[in-house]
Design a protein around this ligand. Structure first.
Ligand code: IPM
Ligand code: MN
Length: 353
């Protein structure tokens, strides 16, 4: 029989609660003959306070042995800003070469968008995950003086751009609309912008069926709000992708529904799946968090590992649940409802659409 070895990192705040529901749904969705082996890791604020460690080389060596990683959220107001972001999350994404940061933006039927009408939103952002302004390339001069200078230099390599652009083309090619939009700001960020555009055009020759488009990031934010249906697959740099995907979450029902995958396509390192939202300490421990973003991240995890039908069943269960939502349910009530849909006999199941 097969096994799925999963590293589980609940983390801080609501991370604990939403990951529990994600696992509930995962065990229900997996085929009978797949043995789920989970190992939980205590990374996050508590461990940092106790040991000063965020993520050690030994931790990375252990994590590397798993097939995939499920992360809740890391972060707490008691930890100085940047310590866990850089020391844990970005360190992990960089160490495991998660260069494809996959973030679907889909408005499910019945979900209220703040946008007028009922826009048909169904796109996926392929955010570059290992370069750009995120690399920590820069520094401070004359600190503490009126003439202090700070630089934050964006790193863009032909190698790094080409691999993420090619991945995005392949994803566009596999979708019915076959459209790929590059988002950058090449009228101002001319060095990086032109490298992105040149590679985008060149790799496009390998994908003649894919329709392409280019937008400056400021214009893209307008279209996310006024014409979101124009997007199918979007490829963009690390920082633009960070900002755009929060906007994507906002127009598709909020961060409670936004899933993500930090993917290492070659499989050399395990990929990591996490809700886009953070640890939300203000509502932690109250059962108020929506576990749907984590559940949809579990679907991305299964998709990545080749359990395509199981991933589709989870998405269908979420779609059915969202279509029938009324009143307020707790975190575990939503998880239970989703697991129950997956447990229902086949004849009563909602078929993936
Ligand atoms: C995200 C987060 C992270 C990012 C932070 C916490 C480092 O905002 O996953 O979108 O900027 O990538
Ligand atoms: Mn973000």
């Amino acid at each position: 029989s097969r096994t799925l070895s999963l590293a589980v990192i609940p983390g801080d705040g609501i991370g604990q609660e939403v990951v529990a529901e994600g696992l509930k749904v995962l065990s229900q969705a997996l085929p009978q003959d797949v043995k789920l082996e989970t190992k939980s890791y205590d990374f996050g604020a508590k461990r940092w306070h106790e040991t000063g460690e965020t993520l050690t080389d030994a931790d990375l060596a252990q994590l590397k042995e798993h097939d995939a990683i499920l992360l809740g959220a890391i972060g707490d107001p008691s930890v100085p800003s940047g310590v866990l972001e850089r020391g844990f999350l970005l360190k992990l994404r960089f160490a495991f070469d998660h260069h494809v940061n996959l973030r679907p933006g889909k408005l499910f039927p019945g979900v209220k968008s703040p946008l007028a009408g009922e826009p048909a939103i169904d796109f996926v952002v392929v955010r570059e995950g290992t370069e750009g302004p995120y690399v920590g390339n820069g520094g401070t001069l004359r600190a503490g003086t009126p003439h202090e200078v700070a630089t934050e230099v964006s790193l863009n390599t032909a190698f790094g751009i080409e691999r993420v652009v090619r991945d995005a083309y392949a994803r566009a090619q596999a979708r019915p609309r076959k459209k790929l939009t590059l988002v950058h700001k090449n009228n101002v960020l001319v060095h990086a912008g032109h490298l992105w555009k040149n590679i985008f055009d060149r790799v496009g020759e390998e994908f003649p069926e894919v329709t392409t488009d280019y937008l400056h990031v400021d214009a893209a934010t307008i279209f996310f709000v006024t014409q979101p249906e124009r997007f199918d697959v979007i490829v963009t740099d690390n920082l633009f992708g960070d900002i755009l995907t929060d906007l994507a979450a906002a127009v598709t029902g909020g961060i409670g529904l936004a899933a993500s995958g930090n993917i290492n396509p070659s499989g050399e390192f395990p990929s990591m799946f996490e809700p886009v939202h953070g640890s939300a300490p203000d509502i932690a421990g109250q059962g108020k968090a929506d576990p749907t973003a984590t559940v949809l991240s579990v679907a991305l995890l299964l998709q990545h590992l080749g359990y395509t039908a199981e991933a589709a069943r989870i998405e269908a269960a979420v779609a059915a649940d969202l279509a029938e939502r009324f009143g307020t349910r707790s975190t575990s009530e939503i998880g239970d409802a989703l697991a129950a849909r997956l447990a229902a006999p086949a004849a009563y199941r909602v078929q993936p659409g």
